[in-house]
Design a protein around this ligand. Structure first.
Ligand code: NOJ
Length: 740
């Protein structure tokens, strides 16, 4: 520190954090306080000057130990109070060791592997001076046109909540002050995934019931259950009040109902964009709206720096609002131990891309692959097969597997499908390769060669899909078909009379109806990260028996969107009868349902027992069954438990996921699977939006997907169970959708 430390008690790590904050806050000028609330991207001469003046609290996109240390040194050693910066970065699915994209990781239905991936991302990024990731994205997404569906865990609040918890636990570990952990930031709060028409940044208009039952639960899981210490406010308009100016969600729900004591950062310029939304006339008005709603840190709008101090001086904004925001930011800086350990330790760099991390990325990739179809058990292939044609624009592509938000991922580290196959097959196997066409574009020049090598081979593996940048932010698509001429390529290769295995790389469900009807084997590989090619080859040749399951429904065509398994029954559930809820030109079922995924072995379900014990809030429903591997090889089954509340005072979904377990079984092995349901898991919001369990029958469905239900049972609830959610009452009375 430049000046003598004197008796600055905020620097004493032995004091309780509350006292350190009080002491520091007392010493800060208004400008320094506002400074803590400002975040900038990358370094510039101007921002370096602001750091020197104590007017910056955080940076994002400053990368590498050297760069973070350099600017941190200015903050710590050259400013009046020496308050360290907090460095944030989009560490979404790995830092340098890139793991599968989040949608793929969710396909593993394995929170353990998700947690491990997040902890490795934390280990690598923290070694480079990063304290904070803008992850996990916990937005429920039911519209595959929305490119950001790739960044989340899919369509279901229960699975989404489990993955959200696992990611936060992985990033934050059990001790935020541990140098190997980083702060998590669930985003985008809230309902960003419900954008009209799937167009990114678009308006969201949903009921409070849908908000509370579908979009809020994964945030609650990340924040209340797993203790995420920051939250990002979203870009979207939510029922007329933009999410970054929404006091009901940011203050009443987040802090009032959930007791969140971390800080909220805006999304990139989402404070400035309040002007575009038309709820603020100027950047100053936008800043005031956002800060009073509960946005503590302004990411890159520069609206807080330019206006907050003036607003306070003109008595248009209470200093208490600023003080509270600064308190929250400082609290997290203290909790993370940044005051004690402001710098990255260059000695820790060896953790980046370690052998162990790369092995974990391979494991995660293997567990994320979903076998969509396997007619006649075409897969797995024999490694001694005499010839293989590896075709398609993504077969030897080392960019796509990194997906969007690939952080410090390096395409050079990516193992392509072609490379994975080459290193797997016998020395005698002839492996031929031809791209055939590009992902987009209209040239068929490569078709003839693709067909020729297919004819010359025992099997053709066609790797098609999307480029990595065709999903993620600002990457919504109006079509869900394979882009460009790829479907034509698949048809041409199929027409050559060879057996075809289609490998999909994509960041969203694709409407591959033709392939689903005609191609015998289809693997959903998403974007699997640096070890993509090895993982895919492991599955193709049977070194790994696929056990992933879809976390999102695949529509037959874009016209079916939105389509999700937990829909309502309607008054006229779809049937062959004409006057029912469906399209006249399409079956009402999806192409592949939520929870779907095949294996190289098969499983038998038996012995369902359902037992309800106890009363009221102490009630418990125990569900037990047996699963047996009745096939010839070891494999993983994801046992899925769905419930239906048969009759209630408000309409309930036809089924809702309430439990799942991924288990590994040897041939002939039987495992007992059990679930215990709490009253909370049976509850819903009644007509007054009170959380209740109503008496009546619940149907229990256990199966291998949301459509492949193997066992059914039921139980009765005898009495009404009410949940008094204390602090929630006030905001509920006012209604989330009402103006302040
Ligand atoms: C905008 C994106 O919406 C958000 O997800 C991301 O974390 C920020 N930019 C920072 O890069």
């Amino acid at each position: 520190m430049g000046k003598s430390k004197g008796s600055r008690s905020y620097l004493n790590p032995k004091l309780p954090i509350g006292r350190r904050i009080d002491d520091l806050l007392r010493r800060m000028t208004l400008d320094e306080k506002v400074g803590q609330m400002c975040q900038y991207s990358g370094l510039s001469e101007e921002s370096e000057t602001w750091v020197r003046e104590g007017k910056v609290g955080s940076f994002l996109n400053v990368v590498g130990a050297e760069a973070t240390n350099k600017i941190q040194r200015i903050a710590v050693e050259e400013t009046r109070l020496g308050i360290p910066l907090i460095f944030g970065l989009d560490v979404i699915h790995g830092y340098s060791t890139i793991f599968p994209i989040p949608l793929a990781m969710a396909s593993s239905w394995d929170p353990g592997i998700v947690k491990r991936a997040a902890s490795i991302a934390a280990l690598e990024s923290s070694s480079q001076g990063i304290h904070w990731t803008f992850a996990p994205m916990v937005d429920i997404a039911r519209d595959p046109r929305w490119g950001r569906i790739a960044e989340g865990a899919g369509e279901d609040p229960f699975l989404g909540s489990a993955i959200a918890r696992a990611m936060v636990e992985g990033f934050q570990g059990s001790d935020l002050a541990d140098p190997n952990t980083i702060a998590a930031c669930p985003k985008h709060y809230v309902a960003y995934g419900a954008a009209e028409g799937g167009r990114d940044y678009n308006t969201v208009d949903i009921s409070e019931r849908t908000l509370r039952e579908v979009y809020l639960p994964p945030f609650k899981a990340a924040i209340v259950d797993a203790g995420a210490c920051t939250v990002m406010s979203a870009f979207n308009d939510l029922n007329g009040i933009p999410a970054s100016a929404n006091r009901q969600t940011l203050t009443e729900v987040l802090r009032g109902e959930w007791g969140f004591d971390g800080f909220v950062v805006s999304d990139w310029n989402s404070v400035g964009e309040l002007v575009n939304h038309g709820i603020a006339g100027t950047a100053a008005e936008a800043a005031k709206e956002a800060v009073t709603a509960g946005v503590d840190m302004d990411m890159c709008a520069d609206a807080y720096r330019r206006s907050l101090a003036r607003l306070v001086k003109e008595r248009k904004l209470s200093i208490k609002v600023v003080d509270e925001a600064v308190r929250r930011i400082l609290r997290i800086k203290f909790k993370l131990g940044i005051f004690e350990r402001p710098y990255a330790d260059p000695g820790r760099s060896k953790v980046v891309k370690s052998k162990e991390n790369v092995e974990a990325a391979l494991d995660a990739a293997r567990r994320s692959i979903v076998l969509l179809k396997n007619e006649g058990n075409l897969l797995p292939l024999d490694k001694k097969i005499s010839s293989i044609a590896v075709i398609g624009p993504l077969a030897d592509d080392r960019y796509a597997p990194l997906g969007s938000w690939s952080c410090q991922g390096d395409p050079k580290d990516v193992v392509t499908v072609l490379e994975g196959i080459r290193s797997k097959v016998s020395a005698k196997t002839k492996v031929l390769h031809e791209k055939g066409c590009e992902v987009e574009g209209s040239s068929t020049e490569g078709f003839a060669e693709a067909v020729r090598i297919a004819k010359d081979s025992d099997v053709a593996i066609v790797v098609v899909g999307e480029r990595g940048d065709m999903s993620g932010e600002a990457a919504s698509r109006a079509s869900l078909d394979l882009p460009g001429l790829q479907e034509e390529l698949v048809k041409a290769v199929h027409g050559a009379g060879v057996k075809v295995v289609e490998v999909l790389m994509n960041g969203r469900p694709l409407s591959i109806s033709w392939s689903a009807a005609n191609v015998p084997a289809i693997l959903e590989a998403w974007f699997l990260g640096v070890q993509a090619g090895n993982a895919i080859a492991d599955v193709i040749f049977g070194d790994c028996n696929p056990g992933g399951r879809l976390p999102v429904t695949f529509p037959r065509t874009v016209g079916q969107v939105p389509i999700h398994y937990d829909h309502k029954a309607t008054g006229r559930p779809p049937s062959e009868e004409r006057w029912t809820s469906k399209y006249i030109d399409l079956p009402w079922t999806p192409l592949f349902p939520f929870g779907h995924g095949l294996s190289y072995t098969s499983f038998e379900y038996s012995g369902l027992k359902v037992e309800r014990k106890g009363k009221g809030r102490a009630m418990e429903v125990k569900i037990a069954l047996k699963v047996k591997n009745v096939g010839g090889r070891e494999g993983d089954e994801v046992v899925q438990l769905y419930l239906r509340d048969a009759v209630a005072s408000v309409t309930r979904p036809v089924k809702e996921l309430k439990g799942f377990k991924r288990v590994t079984l040897k041939p002939g092995e039987v495992k007992e699977i059990d679930f215990a349901l709490t009253p909370e898991q049976l509850s819903f919001l009644d007509r007054r939006l009170e959380r209740v369990v109503e008496p009546g029958t619940f149907t229990v469905m256990v199966g291998a997907s949301s459509e492949d239900i193997r066992l059914t049972g039921s139980f009765e609830v005898k009495e009404r169970i009410a949940f008094s959610e204390g602090r929630r009452k006030a905001s509920r009375r006012r209604g989330i959708n009402q103006a302040r």
